[in-house]
Design a protein around this ligand. Structure first.
Ligand code: FAD
Ligand code: NAP
Length: 312
């Protein structure tokens, strides 16, 4: 058992940014990386919207953030948090290694994971024609034919965004109505590059090796069971994101199936001294740069909280 002032859970852009700011505020933060050191960007290739880098590989960018955090004096633990106890003070953090750390302030930066269809072929072509992020990868599909899977706001926004690059965009939805906002639906239906395939599910993604790329998908009609093939170059899966809030789901206020609620304009959660930032709280923007921005906010909020606690 050891005690620290500030503990940060998560090593994506949110966690590392919070750690750098925390270290520079002399809070001697400890950061627990989790089973995906570097977070979601380590599973992508080209990142072309990180300001200051026209093109950087996701894993390289995250390694640089880690190096920056270490150089600033952050203690980084390659471990995974099994349990947090927020009812007692200081907060108790239980790690897989069986170590227990107590802390005065806690920053939750555990991110979110895109939901996937669960097909083996989807796994094969991830990063090579299969993506869950049009903002990140749309640029690579200039004058190509792409499909978007899903019927929510994300799918419709991704489809609209992809029209900036793609020759054609086909939205494939498992039902005959979208759950996306009406205004977005209207934009979708009125766009001459977009068509919608109703009542279909994707059963297989086809492609080739060397170079690895997608050539088509197989779909099944949910009403009559018939199967067909659609030629395409890119598959964008937009069936929702799952925030990684299982550690705190019963301990802090959440919304929309697990996004941690923070006070407006702040990273303060429903438990004083516990801050949350990045994809864990954000169901809308979900970008590296917005996550990093919120990580900075969380460290500043934690610094203020710790200073005020000391005064009382
Ligand atoms: P994450 O990056 O999800 O990091 C979460 C961290 O929490 C991980 O390190 C994980 O190990 C840790 N963690 C989780 N649970 C625990 C636990 N119990 N104990 C300890 N640690 C834990 N955004 C862009 O701006 N540009 C892009 O080009 C871009 N491309 C993308 C490509 C792909 C394929 C994906 C999936 C996303 C992409 N994004 C991109 C989105 C971007 O990656 C996310 O917005 C960003 O990573 C969110 O950062 P985060 O730190 O909040 O969470
Ligand atoms: P979502 O609203 O949960 O929608 C997910 C969609 O994917 C649904 O249409 C669902 O179909 C479909 N789906 C789920 N699992 C599937 C599967 N296995 N196979 C095929 N289709 C599947 O998710 P989201 O669109 O990512 O939005 C998440 C939240 O963020 C929402 O509250 C949304 O309003 C919000 N958001 C807001 C904005 C905005 O305000 N501009 C933008 C993006 C997101 P069914 O409809 O049949 O269930």
């Amino acid at each position: 058992m050891r005690h620290v002032k500030l503990l940060i859970i998560g090593s994506g852009p949110t966690g590392y940014t919070a750690a750098i700011y925390g270290a520079r505020a002399m809070l001697q933060p400890v950061l627990v990386q989790g089973i995906q050191p570097g977070g979601q960007l380590t599973i992508t290739t080209d990142v072309e919207n990180w300001p200051g880098d026209k093109n950087v590989q996701g894993p390289e960018l995250m390694q640089r953030m880690e190096d920056h955090a270490r150089d600033t004096g952050v203690e980084i633990l390659f471990d995974h948090v099994r349990e947090v106890k927020l009812t007692s003070r200081p907060f108790e953090i239980h790690l897989d290694s069986d170590d227990v750390i107590t802390c005065d302030a806690l920053i939750l930066a555990t991110g979110a994971q895109a939901r996937w269809l669960g097909l083996a072929s989807e796994e094969t072509f991830k990063g090579h024609g299969v993506s869950a992020c049009a903002t990140c990868d749309g640029f690579f599909y200039r004058e190509k034919d792409v499909v978007v899977i899903g019927g929510g706001n994300t799918a419709v926004e991704e489809a609209l965004f992809l029209t900036n690059f793609a020759k054609t965009v086909r939205l494939i939805h498992r039902r005959d109505e979208l759950r996306a906002e009406k205004v977005l639906q209207e934009r979708l239906f009125n766009h001459n590059k977009i068509s919608v395939l109703w009542n279909h599910i994707v059963t297989q993604i086809n492609g080739q090796e060397n170079p690895k790329l997608v050539t088509a998908i197989e779909v099944q009609d949910t009403l009559d069971g018939t199967c067909s093939t659609i030629n395409c170059d890119g598959v964008f899966v937009a069936i929702g994101h799952t925030p990684a809030s299982e550690l705190v789901i019963d301990q802090v206020e959440t919304r929309l199936g697990g996004y941690v609620v923070t006070q407006p304009g702040s990273t303060q959660t429903s438990v004083a001294g516990v801050f949350a930032a990045g994809d864990l709280v954000d169901s809308v923007y979900r970008q590296a740069v917005t996550s990093a921005g919120m990580g900075c906010m969380a460290a500043l909020d934690a610094e203020k909280y710790l200073a005020e606690s000391l005064r009382h």
